[in-house]
Design a protein around this ligand. Structure first.
Ligand SMILES: Cc1cc2nc3c(=O)[nH]c(=O)nc-3n(C[C@H](O)[C@H](O)[C@H](O)COP(=O)(O)OP(=O)(O)OC[C@H]3O[C@@H](n4cnc5c(N)ncnc54)[C@H](O)[C@@H]3O)c2cc1C
Length: 667
């Protein structure tokens, strides 16, 4: 009879035990767990502190008793494995509560010891107000400190996903939070174009960011940064990464790999034929890079636990490796990454490029559409997708999973371009953001639409001088634009093109990159030889600037509008402003929505949306009054013109799009 002993009883360990029982009714299965709990939801800890999860017991997925009942497994909590005697296939343990020493014999051993948060050697890090978060006990300590001392300020050291989730949790508990991160931006493994969405959200919720900085000292009410600045901190959370728990394995002489994790083969077998390992403690093949990496995440740990159990019981199930798909939700914003970033791909010597698109997560006409940013990294010559990132609000998670599937399956950008995705107006787009990203990548790859990511633009400007052209409407331009950029709304490009110097270098951007592509094709068609469209347009530029400081261009962004907890859910009903019309002179009517109108409108124009124009026509005055209608592009105002003419108005003209209206106004 097999005697399976598992060291570590949380993600990988508990999964391994459950799988082993399903495979074998008669194996003797034992879990040795050093802590007080097995199978608890460590990923849920921040949400209990933040108050989203109200009941602590919800985090405990199994007790030793319930696990034993479900899987007939001997669970020993408070029981540390202290030595592996490989020669005799025996594990020595110590019970931390009773002091009892015991041994457990095995035929197969599964190591699932996970890792521990890195404890940085910072002066003052041993004080009572300094915490890490890894276990339920850590969570209880933070919880009781907040209840007892009512801290007002918190510093989170480390802007990875746990640090960010905790920044949200502390904010929800009423603390003023600052994040200190050594990398140029939070979620340092992501590109600035996507990480910037998260930074903007943090700023909007009044979280202060100290990026590119390190903490050098902690005292009871402040931390000192390496630039000498002090930041208020009644409570400090250290969250700078996790180190695999390897002492036991090392002392047993098991081989450690180059990435610093326990070495296993593709069947998750260690250098000992009778010992398997899974989870945060191991290093494994990266499916894209063809090299060993450590990916301490719950998904891989669970799958590996399952496979380790199968193979320990004689099967030959190969683990294909991981692509490190991870995602974070901070307040309402979401950002995630799968596979390689552009930086990582190029650092690996891969000939990679990337593009960015921004598109609504469902049709723009159905209420509640949110912008999703999609960044795709692909091999320049083959088009094989090497990685991807998404950021936004609704729908960013769904697109990330599509990209993860594409990366793991080694799909190409053309495969993605041709992919059918679920579509119905409230749920998607007939041309999904992923399809769009693939088209844009194909256009970059073929040279049809020369684009550069913002980071590439910044590097390109090291050696090139260019004219910037802002293709957005004048209101957007006036709010913020790249310093020195010429305002040339897309609608006016055609009529102005002849005034531009054909052989100069132009960097063009619109709001999302889409009209930038159209403008670029127009310019190339007109004989321009040196035009680059900024991938993802202004949204990419502004996200980038939220997360990074460009060397070669300036884009000033104000502080984002402050958001209040609980007040940003749901979508406001659109309102059209009621206007008093007692004048009989020329009337300019903006037929866009109230929201578009509020952003900026033709001077003196009133707002009656296309939907309202028929109902409110009587407010416009005499049927022979001069009325000029306009909208964003001229399409809605064309319909409105037709409606008014049908109702008998005799002096109505379609002024076209806002750009043309404003140009006429200037003249
Ligand atoms: C706050 C938090 C939030 C997270 N959020 C996410 C998330 O959203 N998404 C995600 O993918 N991942 C997340 N993770 C990471 C994820 O939880 C880990 O990757 C996963 O738990 C690793 O599983 P594991 O079984 O390898 O190790 P663990 O779950 O850490 O379990 C290892 C167990 O081994 C025990 N052990 C160690 N040494 C011994 C010994 N000598 N004797 C007996 N027992 C021993 C430990 O006590 C521990 O309980 C989060 C982690 C934390 C802490």
């Amino acid at each position: 009879m097999e005697k399976i002993v598992i060291i570590g009883g949380v993600a990988a360990g508990a999964t391994a035990a459950a799988k082993a029982r399903r495979l074998s009714a008669d194996a003797e299965i034992t879990i040795l767990e050093a802590g007080a709990d097995i199978s608890f939801a460590n990923c849920g800890l921040p949400y209990y502190i933040g108050g989203d999860i109200k009941s602590r017991s919800k985090l405990i997925l199994q007790s030793p008793e319930s696990f034993n009942e479900a899987y007939q497994t001997n669970v020993h909590i408070h029981t540390s494995a202290t030595k592996i005697d490989r020669a005799n296939k025996r594990v020595h343990t110590l019970n931390s509560k009773t002091g009892e020493e015991k041994t457990f014999d095995y035929t197969k051993l599964i190591l699932a010891q996970g890792g521990k948060p890195i404890a940085p050697p910072i002066k003052g890090a041993d004080q009572d107000n300094v915490f890490q978060l890894w276990t339920l006990e850590d969570m209880d300590n933070i919880e009781s400190y907040i209840s007892k001392y009512n801290p007002k300020t918190a510093v989170v050291v480390g802007g990875g996903f746990i640090g960010l989730e905790m920044a949200e949790a502390f904010t929800k508990r009423g603390l003023k939070v600052s994040i200190v991160e050594m990398m140029p931006h939070v979620m340092g493994i992501m590109e600035a174009e996507t990480a910037g969405v998260i930074q903007e959200e943090l700023l909007a919720y009044n979280v202060d960011l100290y990026t590119g900085k390190a903490v050098t000292e902690i005292s009871s009410h402040e931390v000192i940064l390496n630039d000498g600045k002090s930041v208020d901190a009644d409570l400090v959370l250290l969250s700078i990464g996790v180190r695999p728990t390897l002492t036991l394995a090392k002392e047993a002489g098991l081989e450690i790999g180059q990435a610093g994790g326990l070495l296993v083969d593709s069947t998750l077998k260690t250098s000992d034929d009778d010992i398997y390992a899974a989870g945060d403690m191991v290093e494994l093949e990266h499916r894209v890079m063809d090299k060993k990496v450590r990916i301490p995440l719950a998904g891989p740990a669970n799958r590996q636990g399952r496979i380790a159990a199968e193979n320990a019981l004689g099967k030959k199930h190969e683990y294909k490796g991981s692509i490190g798909t991870s995602i974070v939700k901070v307040f309402e914003a979401i950002a995630g990454i799968t596979g390689l970033s552009l930086k990582a791909a190029r650092a690996e010597g891969l000939d990679a490029d990337a593009i960015v698109v921004h598109k609504e997560h469902h049709t723009s006409y159905y209420p509640g559409a949110e912008m999703v940013s999609v960044l795709v990294v692909y091999d320049k010559s083959t088009g094989v997708i090497l990685g991807g990132q998404t950021a936004g609000y609704e729908g960013a998670d769904r697109r990330l999973d599509v990209l993860a599937t594409a990366v793991a399956s080694k799909l190409t950008i053309t495969d993605l371009a041709d992919m059918d995705f679920a579509y119905s107006p409230p749920l998607g787009n007939a041309n999904d953001a992923i399809n769009m990203a693939a088209y844009v990548a194909e256009n970059r790859q073929s040279g049809y639409s020369p684009t550069l990511t913002v980071d590439e633009v910044d590097a390109y400007l090291d050696e090139h001088k260019a004219h910037w052209i802002d293709l957005r409407d004048v209101f957007s331009y006036e709010k913020s634009h790249v310093e020195g950029a010429i305002s040339l709304p897309f609608e006016l490009l055609h009529s102005t093109i002849s005034q531009l110097p054909k052989h100069d270098l132009f960097l063009i951007y619109d709001q999302t990159g889409k009209k930038g592509h159209q403008a670029l094709r127009q310019l190339i068609g007109a004989g321009f030889t040196n035009v680059i469209n900024v991938s993802g347009g202004y949204l990419s530029l502004s996200h980038y600037v939220r997360a990074n400081t460009p060397k070669n261009f300036i884009l000033e962004l104000g502080h984002p509008e402050l958001k209040t907890l609980g007040e940003n859910e749901g979508h406001e009903e659109e309102e059209t402003t009621e206007v008093e019309l007692n004048d009989t002179g020329r009337l300019v009517v903006d037929t866009r929505t109230a929201e578009e109108y509020a952003y900026g409108a033709y001077p003196g124009a009133i707002n009656i949306s296309l939907d309202e124009i028929e109902r409110r026509a009587s407010e416009l005055g005499h049927l022979d009054r001069e009325i000029v209608l306009y909208c964003a592009s001229g399409a809605r105002s064309a319909y409105a013109t037709r409606i008014l003419k049908h109702l008998g108005f005799t002096n109505v003209t379609n002024g076209g799009g806002i750009a043309r209206m404003m140009a006429n106004y200037r003249e």
